[in-house]
Design a protein around this ligand. Structure first.
Ligand SMILES: NC(=O)c1ccc[n+]([C@@H]2O[C@H](COP(=O)([O-])OP(=O)(O)OC[C@H]3O[C@@H](n4cnc5c(N)ncnc54)[C@H](O)[C@@H]3O)[C@@H](O)[C@H]2O)c1
Ligand SMILES: [Zn+2]
Length: 358
């Protein structure tokens, strides 16, 4: 397995990436000095696929394992489900030293992370992400949250895990649409920070129906390195971490305006193309780089063009965004593929022109 260190002083941790990770989780937890009880939080789908693999590894290393199961779906990121999990944790006699293991996608990672951060003022958290999006994005960086009153991620805390284990074998069973969701984020990392990774993606995406293990491992590893580097510089999201929002300002507006008919990755893909075109209009990005970005997103079977009917709603949704002040919107732009910058000076009228293809 490959290791990436997330450097956060006394809260530093390793992200381990590769094949066979779930089978090694038990010994890895012991190496961290953990022992006794362990609690797995997991959704029903992932339990059927990988629950036993993790349980076996933990029991083999001497842990007494409890499994807390929740149904799959974003609706479970709620205070109600968190409340149920607290009750089950006390029922399982979980103590301050009892590790909580989040095995699943970003929903389980955010929910179990929030529960681990708050139960007894914080118990050790281990992230075992099983979707590509969770492996390259949500498992790292310590943002945990639940949704509330129809608002996404409004109740949450920063809480770093003690360890991340991204077993790329789990991606074999991931549905195509979920895979595309994660690939959009991988393209984002390459576009903002790593031109070489971008060129690599141009070579591997769309060539075969499914990606080979070696390609997946490299995509996860390089993405994790970029996120780890950015989080180490700006843990609390007050500066550089903002560049991770590339494609997301317009992307979030597209998600909202379409009533979440577009998946997150699709919306971000369209958002990245629009942001690249805004960059070009401001004279920052070359035509060739815009062309390459559009080409790569197409290869990944992700959309590049915003549906014309929705443009009015998208602009409205952006106006409601906290990042908009006096018609100017905080925006991540590209200076080149592999190099991003943040500005407060993009006008909504320019965004609208670009979306309308003018
Ligand atoms: N904390 C952060 O920094 C951060 C960053 C990005 C996204 N998020 C959050 O992540 C969530 C989305 O995460 P997601 O896209 O992983 O969705 P998800 O957790 O809902 O997983 C998607 C689906 O795939 C299934 N699944 C998971 N692993 C599988 C596997 N290996 N094989 C087959 N099926 C599998 C799940 O049961 C689920 O039905 C959102 O709630 C979002 O807010 C958080
Ligand atoms: Zn995203």
């Amino acid at each position: 397995m490959k290791k990436v260190r997330v450097e956060l002083g006394s809260r530093s941790y390793d992200a381990c990436i590769g094949s066979g990770g779930l089978g090694r989780a038990g010994p890895m937890l012991k190496e961290l000095g953990l022992s006794g009880k362990a609690v797995i939080i997991i959704d029903t789908t992932v339990r059927g696929l990988y629950g036993e693999r993790l349980e076996r590894s933990l029991s083999g290393a001497g842990f007494r394992v409890s499994v807390l199961e929740v149904p799959p779906g974003e609706e479970q990121k709620s205070l109600a489900t968190a409340g149920r999990l607290y009750r089950e944790l006390t029922g399982a006699y979980a103590e301050r030293q009892t590790p909580v293991l989040a095995l699943g996608g970003g929903v389980i990672g955010d929910l179990a992370g929030f529960v681990a951060a708050t139960y007894m003022r914080g118990v050790p958290l281990v992230q075992l992400p099983t979707t590509l999006l969770a492996q390259v994005d949500s498992c790292l960086g310590g943002k945990t949250a639940v949704d509330h009153d129809g608002l996404k991620n409004v109740i949450g805390v920063f809480y770093q895990p003690r360890l991340v284990v991204a077993d790329i074998d789990t991606l074999k069973t991931l549905p195509v649409a979920e895979m595309a969701n994660g690939i959009a984020e991988v393209i984002k990392y390459a576009a903002i920070r790593n031109r070489e990774l971008f060129a690599y993606l141009e070579g591997v995406l769309g060539r075969a129906a499914s990606l080979e293990a070696a390609a997946l491992e490299r995509m996860v590893l390089e993405s994790v390195k970029i996120k780890a580097e950015i989080v180490a510089i700006d843990e609390q999201d007050s500066g550089l971490r903002g560049i991770l929002n590339y494609g997301h300002t317009i992307g979030h507006a597209i998600e909202a305006a379409s009533g979440f008919r577009f998946r997150h990755g699709q919306a971000v893909a369209m958002g990245m193309v629009a942001a690249a075109r805004v960059s070009r209009r401001l004279g920052m990005l070359s035509d060739d780089d815009v062309f390459r970005l559009v080409g790569l997103i197409r290869k990944a079977s992700l959309p590049t063009e915003v549906p014309a009917l929705k443009i009015e709603e998208i602009i409205q949704a952006m106006k409601h965004d906290k990042k908009v002040k006096r018609d100017r919107v905080r925006f991540v732009l590209l200076e080149a593929i592999g190099q991003a910058m943040i500005t407060d000076e993009v006008s909504l009228s320019l965004v609208e022109e670009v979306l309308r293809g003018r």
